[in-house]
Design a protein around this ligand. Structure first.
Ligand SMILES: Cc1cc2nc3c(=O)[nH]c(=O)nc-3n(C[C@H](O)[C@H](O)[C@H](O)COP(=O)(O)O)c2cc1C
Length: 376
């Protein structure tokens, strides 16, 4: 066995119905993320960006204002708890702790894919618990792009303010039971945009969004993207460990081969903003306040974090989740102090130093890195 069972399974997990397979997969993903090293070996490329130090910041750090506009709603800071879970009875307490922390800090929060509860209403509580414990923060519903008919119900199930449509072709391609027919996905997303009355964002889950994909999404009326880039959790890695457990050598080899596939988070933010005016959330390997500051400097409206919150939310309390998030926010405040930014919008006028492999990547994509480094 590649990983230990952390939760144990319910009797219904052993049924071979579509619903119980979805449930079982969800809990296996969490167990693997907790038990194995599933982080990308390639980086976000944030290390190729330096903020310019200001020895005369002329601001009072204690007065720094982290308040942000998040798709027309107020967030106390530009940091999102990225969607992870729901859909299994064991996910309820994880979502409860994440939601309590989000409410405490005033941060936007997403839920994991709601497909399981839309197929099996007995699982609805594992998602609703988020709105119950986070009544005042921006809440993001989550469905796959093939589930046009589920979009309206996903939003109303949790009284969401925003709908995220997740894209995960890498995971599907290396997953033992993966679905690799992506024909018509853009059309589906357009239908989702038309069917709901909340902003729609499209989120990758660890392989990034390119300029062309972003342009296509902007054309069909999507409001924003979460780039979900390379540098953090690798879904090829997660599926590698599942394939090992199932003795599926072919898929295990694919998982290894594509472990680091995709567009690093920093590069993806630049690519999306070079080709569109979409609002960008920067998720994928964001681990420090300095990472958040760099994402904002590149033009993202917020950063997002998933994996680092899984352990405190599973084994700890909502306070442990708050501590982890506060650690990041304090790093952001220090970065703002040292760049003389008293509010998050000030980042847009700060110069950056862009270097190393990020410059090479931008040059090969014909993107003017000096314009990105800009500052106005
Ligand atoms: C255990 C776990 C479960 C996840 N489930 C979902 C999901 O159901 N839907 C989704 O859109 N993203 C899901 N994600 C992806 C995250 O939202 C995020 O895009 C990705 O993990 C990269 O962020 P990180 O490097 O901070 O983990 C999941 C991530 C983790 C760690």
């Amino acid at each position: 066995m590649a990983h230990d069972r952390l939760f144990g399974l319910d009797e219904s997990d052993y049924e071979e119905t579509e619903t119980s397979l979805t449930r079982r997969r969800k809990i296996e993903h969490i167990e693997i993320c907790l038990a194995e090293d599933v982080q990308c070996r390639r980086s976000t490329m944030f290390e190729d960006i330096d903020l310019v130090h200001n020895a005369l910041p002329e601001i009072d750090k204690s007065k720094i204002d982290l308040t942000s506009n998040f798709f027309g709603l107020r967030a106390s800071a530009p940091l999102v708890i990225a969607g992870m879970t729901g859909g299994h009875p064991k996910a309820l307490s994880i979502n409860e702790r994440l939601a309590t922390a989000a409410e405490e800090l005033g941060l936007p929060i997403g839920v994991g894919s709601q497909r399981a509860a839309l197929e099996d209403p007995s699982l609805v509580d594992t998602y609703k618990v988020v709105r119950e414990n986070a009544p005042s923060v921006p809440l993001i519903a989550n469905i796959g792009a093939t589930h046009v008919d589920l979009a309206v119900d996903a939003v109303s199930m949790i009284e969401a303010d925003i709908l995220a449509v997740h894209l995960n072709p890498l995971q599907e391609a290396v997953q033992p039971e993966g679905e690799c027919n992506s024909e018509g996905v853009l059309e589906n997303i357009a239908a989702i945009v038309d069917s709901v009355d909340v902003p729609v964002i499209v989120k990758e889950t660890g392989a990034g969004i390119s300029s062309d994909v972003a342009s296509s999404l902007e054309e069909i009326g999507v409001d924003g993207v979460d780039v979900g880039g390379v540098g953090g959790t690798s879904w090829a890695a997660v599926e590698y460990f599942r394939a090992l457990k199932d003795d599926d050598d072919v898929k295990a080899q694919l998982g290894l081969q594509f472990w680091d596939w995709g567009i690093p988070t920093a590069l993806s933010i630049i690519m999306v903003l070079d080709s569109t005016e979409l609002d960008v959330i920067a998720t994928g390997g964001v681990r420090t306040g300095l990472d958040i500051a760099k994402a904002l400097s590149l033009g993202a409206i917020a950063a997002g974090v998933a994996h680092p919150l899984l352990r405190p939310a599973t084994f700890g309390s909502s306070l442990d989740v708050v501590v982890e998030l506060e650690r990041m926010l304090e790093g952001l405040r220090v970065a703002m102090y040292l760049t003389g930014c008293s509010s998050v919008t000030d980042f847009s006028s700060r110069q950056l130093i862009i270097k190393g492999r990020l410059v090479e990547a931008l040059q090969s994509l014909d993107i003017d890195y000096k314009k990105v480094a800009g500052g106005t």
